[in-house]
Write a protein that binds this ligand. Structure first.
Ligand code: PMP
Length: 409
């Protein structure tokens, strides 16, 4: 059981007032707020240990390097990687997937396709699409089934009808909240000799992310979706696969030997971390993992599930509101459209009542256009520190805003 009143004290921003109303922050799928212990860990590092890593033989540099490598160990154990060498620090999911797409597609035998899905965030869609366009590899997209779940049969059809080298998919959709059956998709990819890449940006807080249980080859996530700062993320890869990739970012620390005639590269993970890494971000990420572990990951996930179910029920009371999709398992967020109300008008007005929702295309234009024929929608995404009464307040505010907008016509 989480003691939410106590937990909220770790997030002073939740007591902020916006336009005279206490903030109701329901935009956690975009970014989660940062708890005090994470801020303290970052401050402590700057106060006591700060120095560039891997570069000096002085005390602070050694302490800083040790803290970075402990953070790597911690991130590795959090996702159950076999070794810390499988954890590459990046600036976030987008950076992880861009780098991976560039590296993997460059090495794909000619004619092999990349398959992704229509529910992907642009970060797991455009990098593959662009890498394929550059290199001439086919880029294929699996559809949904009408309920907001991936159409597994259609995906398998794509895998059978084409010579596929990579299958890249989200664990959890950032629009529908669909939780994809990772094991089934990974198995389908592996049975055809394809590499399986998981975008865990949304799932990292809501679901168990265990790379060995998932069996995936690569996985990406961002720290800021789990209570760390922005600018830190992870690219996980099976070590033998990472070691087989040619880096595409070059600079200090990732090299072995640099001569005029040519350069050799060091091993993973430093091979993929050119330049000064965001070591303070990594230390914050480790503190964020500790924070969630101390709360109890099972309790965090159970509470977020309860809140999203409550939101789904409560939203039924809003006239003209349609929740997008009804996937078999939903986690973290849901999106909706309201008849006759533009999402931007809605978000602007509900903001004046203190409620932070996200309106826009949620960086998922293929999904919105292909499956729902809409350009913009509104998303509600609670975190464990939200309360049922905040959701009730937000939904009541929605009703008021809709009435006002309709009365003005
Ligand atoms: N994938 C998904 C499913 C996401 O929700 C997001 C963030 N909204 C990203 C990728 C990109 O994450 P970031 O902006 O932290 O790189």
């Amino acid at each position: 059981m989480l003691h939410v009143n106590e937990i909220r004290k770790d997030f002073p921003i939740l007591d902020t007032h916006v336009f005279g109303h206490r903030l109701v922050y329901l935009d956690n799928a975009a970014t989660m707020q940062v708890p005090e212990p994470v801020l303290r860990a970052v401050m402590r590092h700057y106060h006591e240990d700060n120095a560039n890593v891997h570069r000096g033989i002085h005390a602070l540099s050694e302490r800083s390097t040790r803290a970075l490598e402990e953070a790597r160990e911690h991130a590795a154990s959090f996702i159950n990687a076999r070794s810390a060498d499988e954890v590459v620090f990046t600036s976030g999911t987008t950076a992880s997937l861009n780098m991976l797409a560039d590296m993997l597609v460059a090495q794909l035998p000619s004619g092999k396709a990349v398959v992704t899905t229509v529910m992907e965030h642009h970060a797991n869609f455009v990098p593959w699409q662009q890498a394929c366009a550059r290199t001439g590899h086919p880029f294929l997209v699996a559809p949904l089934d009408g309920r907001g779940d991936l159409n597994l049969r259609a995906l398998e059809g794509l895998l059978d009808a084409n010579d596929v080298g990579v299958v890249a998919f989200a664990h959890v959709s950032n629009v529908l909240g669909t939780v994809n059956p990772v094991n089934k998709i990974v198995a389908a990819a592996h049975e055809r000799g394809a590499i399986a890449v998981v975008d865990a940006a949304q799932s990292i807080r809501h679901e168990v992310v265990d790379v060995q249980a998932m069996g995936c080859d690569f996985l990406a996530f961002s720290g800021h979706k789990m209570g760390a700062s922005t600018g830190i993320g992870v690219l996980y890869g099976k070590l033998d696969l990472l070691e087989g990739l040619q880096p595409v970012r070059f600079g200090g620390e990732m090299v072995d030997d640099v001569r005029i005639a040519g350069t050799t590269f060091t091993r993973s993970p430093l091979r993929f971390e050119a330049g000064t890494p965001n070591y303070v971000g990594a230390i914050g990420l480790s503190a964020a993992i500790s924070y969630l572990e101390n709360l109890g990951l099972g309790d965090v996930r159970a509470r977020e599930t309860r809140l999203i179910r409550h939101a789904e029920d409560k939203l039924k009371s809003v006239p003209g509101l349609k929740v997008l999709g009804a996937p078999a398992v939903r986690a973290g967020c849901l999106s909706f459209a309201i008849e006759g109300i533009h999402p931007f008008d809605l978000a602007t007005m509900i903001d004046k009542l203190g409620v932070a929702l996200r309106s826009g295309n949620q960086c998922a234009q293929p999904l919105l256009h292909e499956e729902y024929d809409v350009g913009t929608i509104t998303r509600l995404s609670p975190a464990f520190y939200n309360t049922v009464s905040e959701i009730d307040y937000a939904v009541d505010a929605l009703v008021r805003v809709c009435e006002l907008l309709r009365s003005k016509r």
